[in-house]
Ligand binder design. Structure first.
Ligand SMILES: *Cc1c(COP(=O)(O)O)cnc(C)c1O
Length: 241
């Protein structure tokens, strides 16, 4: 166990290096620095780390499991300004009631039933949730795949459903690079899907793409939000997701 002081120093060094990576990728892409929002993915790390990151200027944090996220959001609810919480994991419709209480953005919207559940739960809670349509970029999708995402051809209808649902706002699109394939062509495909969505919904400007291993490729292809865990917080232990 490292002391609290050592941990904040470690996070500070990591954050500075990560911000430099993001700035360099923006410069290489001819995009203004500040075009890309960092979402710190804090899954498996304690709420104390989230608080340290907030103290270092991180404004957006993401989690992939409801129970863990709910606890951390509650443990950080006193922070001012409040953090923006992003839910980035696969989401069962029956968890919607919990997720809409703390999440500002849900990145993993990929089916009509989930849109309905999020919309009704958000309305009941008096909240407005920004939704990203998760796109499955695998050219050869595994029918039993667990990473989620709508097929590109299904995205326009899902986007329109979100836009028409009270309690929800359409933010844009999200994707993970397919496993075992070069990320850049996949992110280029995501940018094409994003363009189709933007053409129909002018406010839907968000492209959530890029993680520790591929954020440069994502920024080169227009990502507006990168979701980074390992480069900021260190390796996650193998037995937890
Ligand atoms: C864990 C996770 C990330 C962060 O991955 P790193 O490789 O640790 O940066 C990004 N997006 C999603 C959906 C995740 O589950």
């Amino acid at each position: 166990m490292t002391s609290g002081t050592a941990r904040v120093d470690q996070l500070s060094v990591n954050l500075t290096a990560l911000r430099a990576r993001i700035a360099a990728a923006c410069a290489a892409a001819g995009r203004p620095a500040g075009d890309v929002t960092l979402v710190a993915i804090t899954k498996t790390f304690p709420a104390s780390d989230v608080r340290l990151l907030a103290g270092l200027g991180v404004t957006d944090v993401g989690e992939n499991r409801d129970q863990e996220a709910a606890g951390k959001a509650a443990a950080c609810a006193d922070l001012r300004p409040p953090l923006r919480w992003h839910f980035v994991g696969q989401l069962q419709a029956n968890k919607s009631k919990s997720v809409v209480r703390y999440a500002d953005v849900v990145h993993s919207v990929d089916r009509p039933r989930l849109v309905e559940a999020l919309g009704s739960r958000a309305s009941a809670a008096g909240r407005v949730i920004t939704c990203l349509i998760q796109v499955d970029l695998d050219p050869d999708p595994d029918p039993g795949g667990t990473r989620g995402g709508a097929r590109p051809g299904d995205v326009p209808a899902l986007a329109s459903q979100v836009a028409a649902t009270s309690g929800l706002v359409l933010g844009g699109v999200m994707a993970l690079a397919p496993l075992g394939a070069p990320p850049r062509p996949a992110f280029r495909r995501l940018a094409e899907v994003a363009e189709v969505v933007r053409a129909a919904h002018r406010g839907a400007m968000m492209i959530s793409a890029g993680m520790t291993g591929d954020l440069e490729e994502a920024i080169a292809e227009g990502a507006t939000h990168v979701r980074v865990g390992t480069a900021l917080l260190g390796s996650r232990r193998a037995f937890v997701r």
